[in-house]
Design a protein. Structure first.
Length: 127
């Protein structure tokens, strides 16, 4: 009997090969603390839902000067891709008066690919 054409040998070989391949469901997760200057005036966006709840977002642009990985957080990148770039930030349930144009601000950027395209990117003020 030839071992190359044996179903058991083929199954064992396939299992070994698939064990070496990185999984397709390995989601990307990134957390970065972005420090920079607010470059636009904040705009408040409110959406009222039919169930009586409301979603409030403050939208503005941040000119990033430094980006670091927070302690205890995971990042698949070094966060350097944000430095010297202007990013559009949307903060939920934050009063617009806390965001002042021309003033320094630190926000936490979180990206979780497993949440789907519309919910993957989030910004929040670090505590």
């Amino acid at each position: 009997m030839n071992l190359l054409f044996s179903p058991r040998a083929a199954a064992a070989l396939a299992a070994g090969l698939f064990a070496c391949i990185p999984p397709a469901h390995a989601w990307t997760r990134i957390s970065c603390d972005l420090t920079g200057t607010v470059s636009t005036f904040p705009t408040t966006y409110r959406q009222f839902r039919t169930d009586g709840t409301a979603l409030t977002q403050v939208l503005f642009k941040l000119k990033v000067k430094a980006a670091d990985i927070p302690d205890g957080e995971r990042a698949d990148t070094d966060c350097g891709e944000f430095v010297d770039k202007e990013v559009e930030v949307a903060l939920e349930n934050v009063p617009a008066r806390t965001i002042l144009r021309g003033k320094p601000l630190k926000v936490r950027y979180k990206y979780d690919e497993s949440l789907g395209q519309s919910l993957a990117t989030r910004y929040e003020l670090p505590r």
